[in-house]
Design a protein around this ligand. Structure first.
Ligand SMILES: Cc1ncc(C[n+]2csc(CCOP(=O)(O)OP(=O)(O)O)c2C)c(N)n1
Ligand SMILES: [Mg+2]
Length: 364
């Protein structure tokens, strides 16, 4: 892959993906969107405490992660939920995380949408911007030392490129030829800061030059363009030639999170223009042209997603909160004597009824 110094967008061409594989990607995009709609609705209904949408960025994260093998690892930011579906994490497990209940992998200790799924090689999402970039670089360096051919894909936003960890992660990965693919999802905004105020560089992709790695800018709403660029970067990493930076140019169609109102700082016309480039509609048109999409297929995707999500919401919401003494789990392999004493004291309080047996719901 050549460094794209002129920041011209690479356009997607036909890929080696079969018809059923293309349809699977489409179904994943539709399911991701439906999950997002449901997440925000549950937050607005007061049933979960927080939600953060990825609407408009489905092509960017699904197209890139689809280029990996299941044995490869992901160090995500917080706007790539479709990858969990791609890696077959049960929807109920995803939704249990929103509730922070007993079925949640993190036992209610993380904010909603900060997933962690070891079985999917999906590393815990951190709230501090950019930390995953250095983690991925380190994991990549370790794999190279071990001599295995695992690839590590990590994500950040346009705002993430201004973090200290962006510099450290890219520099270490390049110097040590770590098998890492850095995906910068440039969605135009970092909360209320536009990309134009984030950097004086002519693109995010061009920053790769300074680190001595290839940088490519792709149309992030074109799933096939993202897939192709990612395939090349993954192949390069796997054969030991080091990291690549991919900038996916996309748009955050929703507000930053359920705690934000983009209408207060963003021109509605900008949204309307990007809505016309909705990645799902674009892929739908492509599939239609290939006779891989029709109304019946659409209905099956949409209705199937809604039904699976409804079943998962019902099952997740019925789960109890984590038991209160789970607070002592997972930090030490063997509890210290002091912590054992504290746990016994807590159990006594529960037995006397002076404290509830569970942790309680995530604060709204
Ligand atoms: C180190 C750090 N600084 C600031 C924040 C507050 N913060 C949370 S999200 C965000 C914006 C990030 O924007 P971007 O990287 O473009 O990602 P996007 O939300 O657009 O996906 C900021 C500043 C944080 N979480 N961590
Ligand atoms: Mg952004």
């Amino acid at each position: 892959m050549s460094s794209d110094k002129d920041s011209k967008s690479q356009k997607g061409k036909d890929t080696t993906l079969s018809g059923p594989e293309l349809q699977k990607l489409y179904r994943l995009m539709v399911t991701t969107r439906a999950l997002d709609d449901r997440g925000l609705a549950l937050q607005r209904q007061g049933r979960i405490g927080f939600y953060l949408q990825s609407t408009g960025q489905e092509a960017s994260h699904l197209g890139s992660a689809a280029a990996l093998k299941d044995s490869d690892w992901l160090f995500p930011a917080y706007r790539q939920p479709g990858i969990l579906l791609l890696r077959q994490v049960p929807i109920e497990k995803i939704i249990c995380e929103w509730f922070g209940n007993g079925g949640d992998t993190s036992k209610g200790r993380q904010m909603p949408v900060h997933y962690s799924f070891r079985q999917a090689n999906f590393v815990s999402i951190s709230s501090p911007i950019g930390t995953q970039l250095t983690q991925a670089a380190g994991a990549g360096m370790a794999a190279r030392i071990r001599g295995d051919d695992t690839v590590f894909m990590t994500y950040c936003g346009d705002g993430g490129t201004s973090s200290n960890d962006f510099h450290t992660g890219l520099n270490f990965a390049a110097v040590y030829k770590a098998p890492v693919v850095f995906v910068v999802e440039n969605n135009g905004w970092a909360i209320s800061v536009p990309s134009s105020k984030q950097t004086c560089s002519t693109s995010m992709a061009i920053k790769a030059d300074a680190y001595g790695m290839p940088g490519v800018q792709v149309d992030g709403n074109d799933i096939l363009a993202v897939y192709q660029a990612s395939q090349e970067a993954v192949a390069r990493a796997r054969r030991g030639d080091g990291p690549t930076l991919i900038e996916t140019v996309t748009y955050r169609m929703a507000s930053h999170s359920s705690s934000d109102d983009a209408a207060r700082y963003r021109d509605a016309k900008e949204y309307e223009n990007w809505k016309k480039k909705d990645p799902i509609t674009r892929f739908q048109l492509y599939l239609k042209g290939k006779k891989l999409w029709n109304e019946a297929f659409e209905k099956d995707c949409v209705e199937g997603a809604k039904a699976a999500i409804q079943t998962a919401v019902n099952a997740a919401e019925a789960q109890p909160n984590p038991p209160v003494d789970s607070l002592f789990d997972d930090v030490y392999m063997n509890l210290t004597p002091q912590l054992k004493e504290q746990r016994e004291h807590l159990r006594d309080l529960v037995a006397k009824g002076s404290i509830g047996a569970d942790i309680g719901a995530f604060p709204l």
